[in-house]
Design a protein around this ligand. Sequence first.
Ligand SMILES: C[S@@+](CC[C@H](N)C(=O)[O-])C[C@H]1O[C@@H](n2cnc3c(N)ncnc32)[C@H](O)[C@@H]1O
Length: 441
Amino acid sequence: MAHCRVRLEISQLESLNISSPKRNRNMQTGWERFFPYYAGYPEIFVEDLLGSAGLPANSVVFDPWNGSGTSTLVASRLGHKAIGLDINPVMVVIARARMLPPSEADSLVPLALTISTKTPRRVAVVANDPLEEWFVPATAAKIRQIEGAIRQSTVGGTTPPGCVVDIGRISGLAATLYLGLFATCRSLSHARRSTNPTWMRKPRSDAQKTVAPVGEVTQVFVDNVRAMAAELAATEKSKPAVPPWVIEVADTTSTELSPSSVDFVVTSPPYCTRIDYTAATRIELAILAPILPEAREELSRNMVGSIRVPIKEIVPSVLWGRACNEFLKQVKDHDSKASSTYYYRTHLDYFDKISKSLSRISSALRPGGVACLVVQDSYYKEIHNDLPAIVVEMCESQNLRLGRREDFRFNRSMMRVNRHTKIYGRPSVPTEAVLCFEKVS
Ligand SMILES: C[S@@+](CC[C@H](N)C(=O)[O-])C[C@H]1O[C@@H](n2cnc3c(N)ncnc32)[C@H](O)[C@@H]1O
């Protein structure tokens, strides 16, 4: 791994301890092995940043693309008020589960045992159950029984299917049981894993669907919850009470936090590598389907980095900066198939959403506050998408001044695991940049 640095003169950013933002298996801590499909930075990266930032206790730390909730978990642990938003309800469930205090460890296994044998009243029938896209009907029915029982016992009494639940308010226990069920479905359908570790191949025929006896589903679920309970019990019990935290489902392009209410932002925006983030959580979305408000298509369309062509017309803005506009022009002028249509329009959508989100982030940050963003570059054909440079220009038009940049290079990345990506004489290793900005008033 190579590492280089650019420093500008802003004193408070000089003291930040910026370690590698890449998570690998050896660095997995706590419950990370129960959602190993997810790309994010390691806890130590956030610990180093926040620990060196000189923040007073109870500072407000915000992650607008919170993913698996590493920022919110670490910020809380360090005694700060954490706010995490993510558009994907699956990620909000995972992030909320990670906040479960060790004092709850002993109640997990008895709850899992009750839930896996309980036949929920009035909640189990789901018409056209999306779980049946992955599992044979009997296996899907058993998984749905467990989900229905979690819903009935911990989410909302007799909430029937189709009744939307506010995922941003479910308890840590409910989130943890859902996480146990996510891990169960993942391990039962391991044969559907693709070469891209972030998602599973959907069965193309009934013969490819996962068959698991009812007893095995129960056993794997209880075993998962037992392992999670043991892990939780092993964490320090006498931790000071964490300040209040918020982890909610929200679209960062349109959600306003109170102006100047945030002291520190640590986050990583979705990559611009034409990876459908919702595809990585298809099975989990199928599990949650009865309590979700929007169809997966809608969620996929609203994601930053959506692979769907935007419905409305988007025109490039000068506020996106020179690097972005030049990159877009090269994509539009490229002579390969669909460059000037599909690819140009999906890139426009990406930059439009990133720009809107950065504007909201800047408005939420107080003057003098700090924002650290982990941003990866990529290629479209042979055209370099220098996302770190683009984000720097966008931020500068939003009163966020770059004070420090640290670059890390990795041998493995989202860009390189995409089997359909052809290498057009580009460098084989992308750059992951940690960009640190200060809000100027
Ligand atoms: C690179 S990941 C964040 C990873 C995170 N730092 C971690 O360690 O797990 C980007 C996240 O942005 C979320 N996202 C995409 N579009 C969004 C939007 N419009 N509003 C809020 N979150 C969005 C995705 O669901 C994904 O979880």
